[in-house]
Design a protein around this ligand. Structure first.
Ligand code: CUA
Length: 166
């Protein structure tokens, strides 16, 4: 078989580009251990309560300053633990005033879940062993549905909640 000189040049260029790409991806993934940027802090998924943020009494919504809130949440198959209402019942709703800054801190006890507040820019992957964090300003009034957007098993569709901005 005879290859034209330019065919050889382009073949080498193509294979070289592929090799370079794989080297860069491999370096980032395996040597640097790159994860999504919101997943910097690690946690033991068997013992999330060891982290103060995920102790049962600290779950759910807390106002930390004027107009600033933190939401701590534990995701597990097939539930988001939003903490409790004042009467002790489990809640599925978070209520914040319009214009609030809300820091969501979420972890998973078991498998990969999602946490998306539909209609806002809050959309995270929640991995066991990591703490997912995202701070958002709630600019618009309304009821926004929280959904799990990573298929996590038979009860995936049961994972939902609401963020109400008033
Ligand atoms: Cu949790 Cu899908």
């Amino acid at each position: 078989m005879h290859l034209h000189k330019y065919e050889k040049v382009w073949l080498v260029f193509g294979l070289g580009s592929l090799a370079l790409f794989l080297i860069i991806i491999g370096f980032a993934a395996f040597w640097k251990g790159t994860h999504p940027q919101s997943h910097i802090e690690t946690i033991d998924p068997q013992n999330v309560e060891a982290n103060e943020a995920f102790q049962p009494e600290n779950l759910g919504l807390t106002e930390v300053a004027e107009g600033k809130y933190v939401v701590n949440m534990v995701a597990s198959a097939f539930n988001y633990d939003f903490g409790k209402e004042e009467d002790g019942s489990a809640t599925k709703t978070i209520r914040v005033p319009k214009g609030s800054t809300v820091l969501f801190q979420i972890t998973s006890k078991d498998v990969v879940h999602g946490f998306q507040v539909a209609g806002t820019n809050v959309n995270m992957m929640v991995e066991p062993g990591h703490i997912s964090r995202f701070e958002a300003v709630m600019k618009n009034n309304g009821e926004f549905t929280v959904v799990c957007n990573e298929y996590c098993g038979i009860g995936h569709h049961l994972m939902f909640g609401t963020v109400e901005v008033y």
